[in-house]
Design a protein around this ligand. Structure first.
Ligand code: SF4
Length: 310
């Protein structure tokens, strides 16, 4: 399996800018962005970020407001603030370098076991057990013979992933990257392309007659959720250069109010406000969204209104 996957990876892998000749900082930024956002949306933002902030020190020197603006619509913006805090720690503790061991990476703000293992492996060539959703799905099918892994990561899965890892560090890195890419391109969640799979002959799920999943994975609803409202409010604050008065977020009471908002803020704010108001959010949900953004450090509130953290 190791050889088949490695060969397939060398021939088929996507040419992504955070692979190959990329700085550890570039790898770390990519891993944070890719946690909950697809490659196609991440790549342009990643390129912009690395151009603008090529090192942790350059990034740490930026204001949180600018970081959140540049994060744009990647979603889950707390990731950007945590990366900002991690960059500050790298400057303070590691002379502006990305630390190169799993334990040091794990100690950075907002870095979990997956990201620490992935950066240690892909940026520094270390032998680490990397387990993300794509890898879990491939292991479940290829080795266990199940259509899907368990709903939440189990210790048995971690043990299996560790057992499957090649002993040689370079081979282990290629295996981690190869299985991850196989899950992203071929062994996909809804419609695996088994005809194109380099390990079809060994696949336990195929041998078992492709049994159906034992549960239906929960999708992540978006419409009507607090996340949607928070996203719409963040779009307003990103577009604004000055505090946005709470009355505007609730919706202008009169046409004069709307005209005043146009005059007080750049045009992008009116457009983003329009999208927020189109949601017709009921009062408790908007209150909850605003309070949550302030609690999470994504917004500041004063008598002048709401704005990105300074
Ligand atoms: Fe996945 Fe199909 Fe390959 Fe098995 S044969 S690992 S199910 S793509």
């Amino acid at each position: 399996m190791h050889q088949e996957v490695a060969q397939w990876f060398r021939q088929t892998a996507r040419d992504l800018p955070w692979r190959g000749d990329c700085s550890p900082w570039g790898v770390l930024v990519s891993e944070i962005m890719l946690q909950q956002t697809p490659v196609v949306r991440v790549q342009p933002v990643w390129e912009e970020w690395l151009e603008r902030w090529p090192t942790p020190a350059a990034f740490a020197a930026e204001s949180p407001a600018e970081v959140l603006r540049a994060w744009g619509r990647l979603g889950y913006p707390r990731r950007a603030l945590r990366l900002h805090a991690a960059a500050a720690m790298m400057v303070e503790k590691y002379d502006g370098a990305v630390p190169d061991t799993f334990a040091e990476l794990l100690a950075l703000p907002g870095i979990g076991t997956y990201t620490a293992a992935a950066v240690a492996a892909f940026a520094f060539g270390r032998r680490e057990t990397v387990v993300d959703t794509n890898i879990r799905r491939v292991h479940a099918r290829l080795v266990i013979g199940q259509a899907l892994p368990a709903p939440a990561l189990t210790s048995a899965e971690m043990k299996l992933a560790a057992e499957l890892l090649p002993a040689d560090p370079a081979e282990s890195v290629e295996w981690n990257a190869g299985v991850m890419e196989l899950g992203a391109l071929v062994c996909t969640a809804r419609s695996p392309k088994c005809d194109l799979c380099p390990v079809r002959e060994q696949c336990a799920w195929i041998k078992a007659g492709q049994p159906e999943p034992t549960y239906i994975p929960k999708g992540q609803p978006w419409a009507g959720t607090d996340r949607q409202v928070r996203g719409a409010v963040m779009a307003v604050l990103r577009a604004a250069e000055a505090p946005v008065h709470a009355d505007l977020l609730w919706g202008p009471a009169t046409e004069q109010d709307a005209a005043a908002a146009h005059l007080a803020h750049p045009a992008g704010v009116a457009a983003a406000l329009g999208k927020l108001h189109d949601l017709n959010t009921h009062a408790p949900q908007l209150r909850r969204a605003l309070a949550g953004l302030v609690t999470d450090g994504l917004a500041q509130h004063s008598e002048d209104g709401y704005q990105l953290p300074r």
